[in-house]
Write a protein that binds this ligand. Structure first.
Ligand SMILES: *Cc1c(COP(=O)(O)O)cnc(C)c1O
Length: 367
């Protein structure tokens, strides 16, 4: 035994199914037909590990373009996929320019200042970049006014090698929202000014809105990681990527009237059996699951009772035959049975927050 040798099974586990990452990516690609399918791997690939995910997507799924939020994420990713195209969504700032050039990373230019910065840096107009147009989300990108002046500024445009024009949908997860077609129309109008440039509008939800939204490149994140942007629909071909499982630390028998956990927020209304599980909010299982989370043990969906503690939760296991569980029995908190969609519904957390909320304490296993 060495100092770096840890006993097995003493932590809860986060199992990341890289096979499902490949399947889901390919499914996105199929839905997007002729458009190139990029991968959004910001925030450590939605918590799943950008290194492992990007390497897998590049080597085993043919993904050639990646989007991250910031330059640090991009530089980290560059070591993993030396020849891929990498875009930084947050844009470029004066102190960052050398890094973009040195690592061959493409900025997404979000405002006239960034466009000016990149055009002056690259007088020859050879270094590729993306230009982001806001079409209604009012987050990043050129405003309508800035767009009008940019599209007709041929002198400025000549100084840029625009490899991609893009915009981002505000309501892609809600197919019935009229905002989608409004943004589509605005983006289509902008695109007329760039007939030879690749265009990109769709995130995961946008891919499901249909071919009108696909243009030349799609930018899925959530769907690659097993999320379903259109809740309740079209989820059949998306496989869960993230499995969180814990173990029973202790079993207890409660009498009617006894309470569970901090703040005594749950009271037994009958004699019952409860199990204490080794996952808490320090693992990224937040208190939004207090008294409403669900876990899966031996074929049953069972309720989280009381408040989530830092290191554990309590589950009512009265429904199970006491003989079929014991201390150490495995418990699924997220995975095939407790889907992201379901966990999101009971907690009101978004699927994105559940994924990106996973913490370091889990033992990570890549499959
Ligand atoms: C995060 C992000 C995406 C990916 O969105 P998903 O809903 O996870 O598919 C795409 N484009 C932009 C601009 C983003 O910020």
């Amino acid at each position: 035994m060495t100092a770096d040798d840890f006993p097995p099974d003493c932590r809860a586990t986060l199992t990341i199914n890289l096979g499902a990452v490949i399947t889901n990516y390919k499914h996105c690609g199929k839905l997007a037909s002729t458009a190139e399918c990029a991968a959004v791997v910001k925030a450590n690939a939605y918590g799943m590990g950008s290194e492992q995910v990007a390497r897998t997507l590049f080597n085993q799924a043919g993904c050639r373009s990646f989007f991250v939020a910031n330059l640090t994420e991009a530089i980290t990713l560059r070591r993993v996929v030396p020849t891929a195209v990498i875009y930084v969504l947050n844009g470029i700032f004066p102190a960052h320019t050398d890094y973009f050039i040195h690592h061959n990373i493409r900025p997404v230019l979000n405002d006239p200042g960034q466009i000016k910065l990149w055009s002056e840096l690259d007088q020859t107009g050879t270094r590729p970049c993306a230009v982001h147009f806001d079409t209604g989300i009012n987050r990043l990108g050129l405003s309508s006014e800035e767009t009008r002046s940019f599209v007709t500024d041929t002198a400025l445009r000549k100084k840029l090698n625009i490899a991609l024009i893009m915009s981002h949908l505000a309501c892609a997860d809600d197919a019935a929202n009229p905002m989608n077609s409004q943004q589509l129309n605005k983006f289509t109008a902008i695109r007329q000014h760039f007939p030879d440039v690749a265009a990109s509008l769709a995130n995961s939800g946008g891919i499901l809105l249909g071919p009108d939204y696909h243009f030349d490149l799609v930018r899925p994140g959530l769907m690659i990681f097993g999320g379903n942007p259109h809740r309740g629909k079209e989820a059949e071909n998306i496989d869960p990527v993230c499995r969180i499982s814990g173990r029973i630390l202790q079993l207890r028998q409660l009498e009617s009237g006894q309470t569970v956990g901090y703040g005594v927020s749950w009271t037994a209304d009958r004699p019952c059996h409860i199990a204490i599980i080794n996952i808490g909010y320090a693992d990224g299982y937040p208190q939004l699951f207090n008294n409403c989370g669900r876990v899966y043990i031996n074929g049953r969906m069972l309720p989280v009772i009381g408040r989530v503690s830092m290191d554990m939760i309590a589950v009512d296991v009265s429904e199970l035959n006491p003989d079929e569980i014991n201390v150490r029995t495995g418990v699924e908190l997220l995975g095939e049975h407790i889907t992201l969609e379901m966990a999101s519904e009971v907690s009101t957390l978004s699927q994105y927050e559940i994924l990106t909320g996973v913490r370091e304490r889990y033992q990570r296993i890549y499959q």
